[in-house]
Design a protein around this ligand. Structure first.
Ligand code: BG6
Ligand code: MG
Length: 225
C-alpha cells in the first residue's frame, strides 16, 4: 500500500519524544507544596499538554486558591516553576530519547513523509537541543505564537500548515488526554502512547511499540468506505 496519501506525522514532545513529563510534575509539585496545595500523579495527568499559565490556574483551583494572586504574582509563580523545570532539564542528554522513537521517525522519513513537532512548551527548543534532535523535524510549531493550548487543535493545525499537509491525511502522536482531544479536533488520525486515552484511533502502551507499518495500515483502514 502506498504512503502517498499520508502527508505528515506530527509529534508531541513531552512524554512522547522524551520523558520530560516527570520534570514538569516535579517542578509543579514543589511549587504547589510551597502554596500548601497537594497534587498527585493522577491530578498531573490533567496538566499534560496544558500551557504553563493554564497549568498554574488548574493547580490554584485544585487548592481553592484561584482568587488569591494577582496576574503579576501568578506570572512570578509560573516563572519560579519554570526556573526549577529548567534546572531539571540540564540533566537531559541524547540518551533520554524514549525507546523506539529514533527508529520510528526514521521509518516515517524513509517513506518520504515529513515530520513535525506540536508542543505547547516554550522550552521545546532547549529540550530538542539537549536531545540533539532538532534537525530531525521538518517543521516545529512555535509555542510562543499559539493562543490556545491543547485540547484546542491550534498547535497541530499550525504544524500541518507549516508542513503544507492536509490534517485529514496527517497523523498526530500524543501521550496526554488533552493532546488526543486536540488531534481529534484537528481532524487528524490520533496515535496515543499510554493508558486511558479514549479517542485515540490507534493505541500503544509505550514508545517502543510504535510500528510505522502497522500505524500506516490502520490509518488506511479508516479511509475505507
Ligand atoms: C507541554 C507539557 O508539553 O508543555 C505541559 O505537557 C507543560 O506539562 C507545557 O505545562 C508548557 O511547557 P513550558 O515548558 O512552556 O512550561
Ligand atoms: Mg505530552
Amino acid at each position: 500500500m502506498a504512503d502517498t496519501r499520508i502527508e505528515a506525522v506530527v509529534f508531541d514532545l513531552d512524554g512522547v519524544i522524551t520523558d520530560t513529563a516527570r520534570f514538569h510534575y516535579a517542578a509543579w509539585k514543589q511549587l504547589a507544596g510551597q502554596l500548601g496545595i497537594t497534587i498527585d500523579e493522577a491530578f498531573n495527568e490533567r496538566l499534560k499538554g496544558v500551557s504553563r499559565m493554564d497549568s498554574l490556574e488548574e493547580i490554584l483551583r485544585e487548592g481553592g486558591q484561584q482568587d488569591r494572586f494577582s496576574l503579576e504574582e501568578k506570572e512570578q509563580l509560573a516563572s519560579e516553576k519554570n526556573e526549577q523545570y529548567c534546572r531539571l532539564l540540564t540533566q537531559l542528554t541524547p540518551e533520554d530519547v524514549l525507546p523506539g522513537i529514533p527508529e520510528f521517525i526514521a521509518s516515517i522519513k524513509a517513506a518520504g513523509i515529513p515530520v513535525g513537532l506540536a508542543s505547547v512548551s516554550r522550552n521545546a527548543g532547549t529540550v530538542l537541543e539537549s536531545l540533539q534532535l532538532g534537525p530531525v523535524f521538518d517543521y516545529i510549531a512555535d509555542a510562543a505564537l499559539i493562543r490556545n493550548s491543547k485540547p484546542d487543535p491550534e498547535i497541530f493545525l499550525t504544524a500541518c500548515a507549516g508542513l503544507g499537509a492536509d490534517p485529514r491525511y496527517s497523523i498526530g502522536v500524543e501521550d496526554a488526554p488533552a493532546g488526543i482531544q486536540a488531534i481529534n479536533a484537528s481532524g487528524m488520525f490520533a496515535v496515543g502512547v499510554g493508558k486511558q486515552l479514549p479517542g485515540a484511533d490507534y493505541l500503544v502502551q509505550s514508545t517502543d511499540q510504535l510500528c510505522w507499518e502497522e500505524i500506516r495500515d490502520c490509518f488506511f483502514q479508516t479511509l475505507l468506505p
